[in-house]
Design a protein around this ligand. Structure first.
Ligand SMILES: [Cu+2]
Length: 481
């Protein structure tokens, strides 16, 4: 199968096919390529631009935009507008007077990838993307552009840039469960200065538009699961080893977008092997401002000037922009080269919105689904292996349209073989954890709370061998609204 068959690439023609502003499938940034994945049943729909066409006076690497998950807009733009490098003091004057370089992220450098499936795009099906990380110290390859590699379980986009002797590699990997690994690799070709200890700092910018850019909110998520809503623009600093997690949502959206810094990304609170005039912070929570794509007024100085974007604007009910710093430490090796290729960067997870549960209402137990009954919306046939079946729960058994979730007793019976069932809001992603496990012929029951999704529906995914079946019975005993 060719890449064209695997990927729904509509490229520059996208604007011709999708005329309405903000329409599904349209790229809001010029020169972007539209993509949906997987083609058979798309989960992600987004656009991307190569570094040479990316936003900002210094570029911003491989830039994603118009990112939709199951049809809902989640991220308007994601990119890396600020890069810098900070050296420890050294006799070779590496890093110059301030031991620091401000770098650029628009200068593409050729790497190996084949075949080229359209101008500036390769699929890697014959030659996987092979950057300087696979042949440390020197460049190779002639492909210029973006590698778009479909492994079946993920879609990975890779580019490679140069700034002097440094090589910068942005990587975006999207998974069907709603995860995006936003990654950045800093490395270099052989050069004398890279043998001295230095830090690379990449500042990711996420214009998070959950279900549109209006009325978004952002919560800090603490290790115990509790949350605190941000009211005005702020920055935050991680302590070692703790790393921050934030969630952006909007009223009525089926999803929230969670952004987590990872352990390897460096914390402002870590012991610093470089003079600590930066990092200034590990992240910023800001209201969208079209003049704040990057710190343009600061290009001649090295530290990121993102604190100047904090001017007291409200972020509760605003269009939210999250900046996240990721740092890679390259430790000097006496007489040698520091050509580390470690990947740093935050993890994004699109999650079902938590129900706003203000009150629990008890119901007399009521059977809403029984697949042993004749075929129908709430009856047969039995659930089939590998299948997903959804039931509209609101409007049944006294459950009002305002219900956010329902308390149920789930029973499975007559399974043809061992397997399990998972539950999730209709229109949402299938989660990794099961609600009921069973073996062949077994009848099992469990209490559960079903989050309701699109149209007040709850969905059930059945893991069984392909021809297998299992009957499902759902008894409701209350709801949250
Ligand atoms: Cu380095």
């Amino acid at each position: 199968m060719t890449s064209r068959a695997v990927l729904g690439l509509s490229g520059l023609a996208a604007g011709l096919f999708f005329a309405a502003t903000g329409a599904y499938g349209q790229c809001s940034l010029s020169g972007a390529t539209h993509l949906s994945w997987p083609t058979a049943s798309p989960v992600w729909d987004f656009c991307f631009r190569p570094p040479s066409k990316s936003s900002g006076a210094n570029g911003s690497g491989l830039e994603l935009s118009d990112v939709r998950f199951h049809g809902t807009l989640v991220i308007a733009r994601a990119h890396i507008p600020i890069l810098n490098v900070k050296y420890t003091p050294n006799a070779a004057s590496c890093g110059g007077q301030n031991l620091c370089y401000r770098d650029w992220f628009y200068s593409e450098k050729a790497f190996d990838c084949a075949p080229t499936t359209s101008p500036g795009i390769c699929s890697g099906t014959t030659t996987p993307a092979t950057t300087v990380c696979q042949h440390p110290g020197s460049d190779a390859g002639s492909f210029m552009g973006v590698a778009v590699e479909d492994s079946g379980t993920s879609l990975k986009l890779t580019a490679q840039c140069q700034a002097g002797w440094y090589r910068y590699i942005p990587v975006w990997e999207l998974f069907a469960d709603g995860t995006i690994q936003a990654r950045f690799v800093a490395t270099s070709i052989d050069a004398s200065c890279v043998a001295f200890t230095h830090h690379h700092h990449a500042y990711f910018r996420f214009d998070v538009d959950v279900n549109g850019n209006a009325g978004n909110y952002v919560d800090q998520v603490f290790p115990d699961g509790s949350t605190q809503r941000a009211s005005v623009e702020r920055n935050y600093t991680d302590t070692s080893p703790a790393r921050s997690t934030w969630r952006v949502g909007s009223a009525g959206s089926p999803y929230v977008v969670e952004i987590s810094r990872n352990a390897g990304d460096g914390a402002a609170g870590d012991a610093q092997p470089v003079p600590n005039d930066f990092p200034i912070a590990d992240g910023w929570v800001l209201a969208y401002d079209p003049s704040e794509i990057a710190d343009y007024s600061n290009l001649s100085t090295c530290p990121a000037n993102l604190n100047s974007f904090m001017n007291g604007q409200s972020v509760d009910g605003a269009d939210i922009v999250m900046w996240v710093r990721a740092a890679a430490l390259h430790e000097g090796e006496p007489g040698g080269m520091a050509q580390d290729c470690s990947m740093v960067g935050p993890t994004i997870r699109v999650l079902p919105s938590p129900p706003v549960a203000t009150a629990f209402h008890t119901l007399s137990p009521c059977r809403i689904v029984d697949t042993r009954n004749p075929s129908g919306a709430y009856g047969g046939p039995a659930l089939a292996g590998g299948g997903v079946r959804s039931f509209v729960v609101t409007g049944q058994c006294g459950i009002p349209a305002t219900a956010k979730s329902v308390a149920v007793n789930l029973t499975v019976t007559q399974p043809s073989s061992g397997g399990h069932i998972t539950v999730f809001p209709a229109g949402g992603a299938i989660p990794q954890t099961s609600v009921l496990n069973f073996s062949a012929g077994q009848t099992r029951a469990n209490n559960a709370v079903l989050l309701l999704g699109t149209g007040g529906g709850a969905s059930f995914s059945t893991a069984l061998p392909p021809a297998g079946t299992v009957h499902l019975i759902v008894d409701v005993n209350g709801y949250f609204e």
